[in-house]
Every structure is written in C-alpha cells, then in structure tokens.
Design a protein around this ligand. Structure first.
Ligand SMILES: [Ca+2]
Length: 271
C-alpha cells in the first residue's frame, strides 16, 4: 500500500515532464503553452523529417529602381506552411544606400494563414542595395526566412513628390509630423510656452477650425448681402406684377356697369 502511494507520488512529480512529449520522435518536443515553437518546440510534431517552421514569402515589387529621396512601398506576404500557429518577429535591414522606414514588429500567424506587411524604403545614396526582410520564428537563432529586395538607387534627385503613386500614407504622416515638430519648436522659441508636437498639432487643428468658421461666416454674410441686393429687384418685380393685377381688377370693377351702384336705384325703378 505504501509502495503504491509512493510510486503514485513519483508519477505525479514526473507528470509535467511526461506531458512534454515528442510525438514523431525526431528529438524536438511537441509545442505546448509552456514550451512554444518560439522557444524551440517542434513546428511539425507529427513529421519526423521536419521540425523548423517553414514560410512562403514574397514581395511586390520584387526589385526596384529609385531616385535619390524617392520613397517606395513593398507589399510583402508571409505564409505559415506549418500545421501549427507561430509567432514571428519581422525586421528589415535597409543597407547602406537606403533609408529604412519599417518598424520591427511581431505577428501571430495561424497554420496556412498569410499576413501582409508594408515595407517603406527611401533611396538614400547612389548604389546597388540589397534590402533584407528577415523573419524570425525562434527566440534563439538566425532568421527562419528572408526576402531579399535588390534595389538600385540612381544619382538623380527624385523629381515628383506627387507623381509617385507608391508614396505611402505612413510617409505622408511622417512628413506631416516633421512639419508639426517645426511648428512646435518655432512656437516654443517665439512664445513664453513650451510646445510639444502634440500641442502644435492641436493648435494647428484649432486654428484650422477657427479659419473654417471664419471663412464660413464670411461666406454666409456675403451670401446674405448678395441675397439682400438681389431681393429688392426680385421684390420690386413681383410687387409691380401684383400692382398691375390689383390695378387691373380695380379698373375692371370700376368699368363694370351691370352692377347697380346702390339698392336705392332699384327701388326707384320699381316705383
Ligand atoms: Ca517533427
């Protein structure tokens, strides 16, 4: 009895390690809440031939040619080919000729799910660059996958700020925030108050509202004035028309001779 109880305690003590099992026997434990694929678990627990996470990747456009200061957005897709959801960390290496606008981020991808990321790069100096989109699926290890983007940067200054359809909204936002930064520092330098770019943004917004209100009020007033100038002409016209009708009917009544002038006349005739 005591022996049974003892072995039961032993079994219970060993239970957690028993849970971490290797289904396909390839030496990599099955993933669990405690030991994930990110930690090093088997990304294919039922396939003894494979244990590393596998992805299908690609970017559009696959290659690019940029002028100096020209922005470009690459739309990259990453598909998890494994049977289990994985967490990945993505970062972009721009290299010496490019300015990289992509902020490293982590993503959760279900089995066979495809995620899309936007990679913004700007031509910085003339040369042949090889930007790298790196996908990490393991905490301790090199990139599980990598997308290479060959980009040629010319020596010509980019001509069109508006002609390029590829310029993304994030770049517009950064352009806008640069303006706000400048406004904030100008305000801080020229007023007794300290301005952050948030304050400056609010101020610009309020000034924008005020301006819109002023413009609207001005427009309403000038419309009203215009209407008032138009009104006398219109009113005059309709008044004249009414007058004509009124006078016309007056004359008609005046000319009407079938209507007796007074009942007295009729009484006289009967006499
Ligand atoms: Ca396996």
């Amino acid at each position: 009895m005591r022996k049974t109880a003892f072995s039961l305690v032993i079994l219970l003590a060993l239970a957690p390690t028993v849970i971490a099992e290797d289904s396909d026997g390839d030496g990599f434990d099955d993933p669990s809440d405690e030991f994930t694929i990110w930690d090093g678990a088997d990304a294919y627990p039922n396939n003894p031939d494979i244990h590393e996470p596998v992805f299908s990747t690609g970017c559009d456009p696959p290659v690019a040619k940029l002028d100096l200061r020209e922005p470009a957005t690459f739309t990259c897709t990453i598909r998890n080919e494994g049977p289990i959801a994985v967490n990945i960390f993505v970062e972009v290496e721009g290299g010496p000729y490019l300015s990289n606008q992509f902020l490293p981020n982590s993503y959760a991808i279900d089995s066979l799910e495809v995620i899309t990321i936007k990679v913004n790069l700007i031509g910085d100096s003339e040369g042949y660059a090889m930007a790298k989109v790196q996908i990490f699926a393991r905490a301790n290890g090199s990139a599980s996958d990598m997308i290479e983007l060959p980009i040629e940067v010319t020596n010509e200054e980019w001509s069109g700020l508006n002609s390029q359809g590829d310029s993304s909204s994030t770049l517009d936002i950064s352009f806008f925030s640069t303006i706000l930064d400048e406004i904030a520092s100008w305000l801080s330098g020229n007023t007794p108050w300290e301005f952050s770019n948030m304050n400056a943004g609010l101020l610009v917004l309020l000034m924008g509202f005020a301006l819109v209100t002023i413009i609207r009020r001005k427009r309403a007033r000038s419309t009203w004035r215009r209407n008032m100038q138009h009104r006398p002409i219109e009113d005059g016209r309709s008044e004249a028309r009414f007058d004509a009708i009124r006078k016309g009917s007056k004359f008609q009544y005046a000319d009407e001779n079938t209507i007796p002038e007074s009942p007295v006349f009729i009484i006289r005739r009967n006499q």
